[in-house]
Every structure is written in structure tokens, then in C-alpha cells.
Design a binder for this molecule. Structure first.
Ligand SMILES: [Zn+2]
Length: 178
């Protein structure tokens, strides 16, 4: 899986027809990626991306879907595993059955409810630092069901420099026309 994601990031996988996601923040912003796929801090087993964001930053839906989970009652968080279940979050289920998770939202920071249909680019939440988090950021992750079990997957994003698999320690902007 790690090796495969590296190949994706280097553009070595040809004939990629996977869905192209929108960067989950507003046009003109480019949050620093403090941790990429399988990063050494809290992503050792996670194909997730951490975008550094000040509390209250608008988060947009990376893909159309239906909201299937919302937690926004927590005001607890910090750099301790005891906070793992305290992260406010939204899960959106896409038309192909895959799901995207948006984590660490601020308290009452969900702007959508379970059952809502959301469009790609729609503002859905305000970022925060709830749950297991050293700094305020958005933890973004996608799962796909493969042969009956949920797998975390790396996804392509539309960026100002073209379609990319994102890497840690970089910044990406949405393309101007999006
Ligand atoms: Zn994370």
C-alpha cells in the first residue's frame, strides 16, 4: 500500500481513472500539509492527509455525496491518545459507496446534518483541534469497501499545477477555474 501510494505520487501508475477530488478548502488558500499518507506522527497506519488550518477555517466538500455521520459536541482535544474519540467529524458517502471523513472540527463546527445532500465545493464545516491533534488542522481520509472490508485509499486532487496525489510538507491551491 505505501509503495503503491509512492508510485501514484510519482505519476508512475498509468491509466488512472480514479475520481478526481477537490481540495477541501476555499479558492485562493493553500494550507500546509503537516502530515501526508502514512506520516510518522499519527498516520503510521493511515492513508490520511493533515492540512494545517487556523480554528474556524471553512472546509468544503471534496466530492458530492450524502452526509452519513456528524459529531460536533466535543470541545476536547490535544496531543494525547486519550482524546482519540473526541474528534468532531463529518463523514460523507459518495455515489460509488466510498466515504470521505473530515476530522478535528471545532465545537458546533458542522454546517450540515446527517441526510443532507452536499455538492463538491460546498462549505460543510469549520476546522478546529478536537480529538487527537497537536495543532489545529483538518484530517482528511477516504475509505473504499473492497471485498467486504473498508480500505483507506489515496485519492487524486485537482490542483493549480494539475491533477496530483498530494505529498506531505507541501502546499496546493485549487485551480483558478474550479
Ligand atoms: Zn491526521
Amino acid at each position: 500500500m505505501r509503495t503503491y501510494i509512492k508510485k501514484l505520487q510519482k505519476g508512475e501508475v498509468k491509466e488512472d481513472t480514479s475520481f478526481v477530488y477537490m481540495l477541501p478548502y476555499e479558492q485562493g488558500t493553500s494550507p500546509f500539509i503537516v502530515q501526508g499518507y502514512f506520516g510518522p506522527f499519527s498516520h503510521k497506519n493511515r492513508a490520511a492527509i493533515d492540512f494545517k488550518m487556523k480554528r474556524g477555517t471553512k472546509i468544503v466538500a471534496a466530492r458530492d455525496g450524502v452526509v452519513t455521520r456528524v459529531k460536533e459536541d466535543s470541545d476536547r482535544g490535544g496531543w494525547n491518545k486519550k482524546y482519540r474519540s473526541d474528534g468532531n467529524n463529518i463523514v460523507i458517502t459518495h455515489a460509488d459507496g466510498s466515504r470521505a471523513g473530515y476530522w478535528h472540527l471545532q465545537q458546533n463546527g458542522a454546517l450540515v446534518n446527517v441526510g443532507d445532500t452536499v455538492k463538491q465545493g460546498q462549505v460543510i464545516a469549520l476546522s478546529g483541534k478536537t480529538g487527537y491533534a497537536a495543532i489545529p488542522h483538518l484530517h482528511f481520509i477516504v475509505w473504499k469497501s473492497q471485498r467486504g472490508s473498508w480500505q483507506q485509499v489515496a485519492t487524486r486532487f485537482n490542483t493549480s499545477k494539475g491533477i496530483r496525489y498530494l505529498k506531505g510538507w507541501k502546499k496546493y491551491k485549487r485551480p483558478a477555474e474550479q
